[in-house]
Write a protein of this length. Structure first.
Length: 324
């Protein structure tokens, strides 16, 4: 059963979840657990013959509510805690070979609605301190099921990266009365070199400080503190921006781009005036056949070495083929 163990050097929690070792690993397409269940066919996780979007709890969760009882092996220096929380899977296409780059905007709009709904729902559950929406895409980043899907985690604490981001956002808000995201985006738009797409509600930008080659952030032009605070126009804009970003990343080298997509938003107890919804696409290819690895400097020291100038990356993404 999963448990939390405290890392006293980094001051953060680690989820120790041995149960995940048993999870389904690269099943053949005909035994994909995320495909719909066809009449008389293999019984999948989703017991209907077709779906638009399906949300369900992960069968191999690292966090559960109520948390599993565990034998407390902790010490004052290295405490443990129950691994309370929620892990949900969000399948946004019943087509095994679809992706965020090939779904239509209607589907992406529905997906955004689902995120808003899951964020509000999980965020209202006792014991959930932060709702994190993400998608890992590609076997290169460790995905074990190739069927397109994202995930939503309800963490029982504010994760360390989120906490650092919120601290920076709060400091900026207290000092200026404006959000860090709006000031950053205004500077990026004024400069223009790294702007990839510029819609009425959202902009897609390779940030000045990109850590990954072709890293792409989607940021709202009007402030949004939490996913569920979006109005129709903002949700619509995000759907367009997401599909556009995924298509450009695939079009860049003409191959399916492995990426991590991470959605930042205000933690449950945070100040939604200061922290902003922002979507980060962290792509893992630096050329058509070379992966960007998180090596010692990145992982052990927290210093990223980025092989592509962000200005150059934005230019290439702007001219990337976005045909389906
Ligand atoms: Zn499938």
């Amino acid at each position: 059963v999963p448990e939390l163990r405290f890392h006293p050097f980094l001051g953060e929690w680690v989820v120790t979840a041995e149960n995940r070792q048993g999870r389904t690993f690269h099943p053949p397409a005909e035994h994909c657990p995320l495909c719909p269940t066809l009449p008389g066919g293999f019984q999948t996780e989703i017991l209907v013959p077709a779906y638009d979007v399906a949300v369900f709890e992960n069968r191999f969760p690292s966090l559960t509510l109520p948390p599993a009882e565990v034998e407390d092996l902790g010490t004052p220096l290295m405490p443990t805690a129950p691994a309370g929380g929620v892990c949900e899977v969000v399948c946004y296409s019943d087509r095994h070979d679809a992706s965020l780059a090939t779904v239509d905007v209607d589907k992406a709009r529905l997906l955004v609605r689902v995120w808003m709904d899951r964020s509000a729902d999980l965020g209202s559950r006792p014991g959930v301190a932060h709702v994190f929406v993400f998608e890992n895409r590609g076997h290169q980043v460790g995905v074990t099921l190739s069927h397109p899907h994202g995930q939503v985690y309800g963490y029982p604490f504010v994760p360390s990266v989120t906490a650092r981001v919120c601290t920076a956002e709060s400091r900026h808000f207290e000092a200026t009365g404006r959000t860090l995201c709006s000031d950053w985006l205004a500077e990026e738009i004024a400069d223009g070199q790294r702007v990839v797409e510029h819609g009425p509600e959202w902009a897609s930008v390779v940030p000045f400080c990109a850590r990954y080659p072709y890293e792409l952030w989607l940021a709202p032009k009007r402030h949004i503190g939490r996913l569920q605070d979006m109005d129709d126009g903002q949700a619509e804009g995000l759907a367009h921006a997401m599909v556009g970003a995924a298509r450009r990343l695939d079009g860049l080298f003409g191959v399916s781009m492995p990426y991590l997509m991470c959605v930042h938003q205000t933690p449950v107890g945070g100040d939604p005036r200061a922290s902003c919804v922002r979507v980060e696409f962290l792509p893992f290819l630096r050329t058509a056949d070379r992966l960007k690895y998180r090596a010692s400097s990145e992982t052990g020291a927290g210093v990223f070495l980025c092989d592509v100038r962000p200005e150059e990356a934005a230019e290439r993404l702007r001219s990337a083929s976005v045909q389906l």
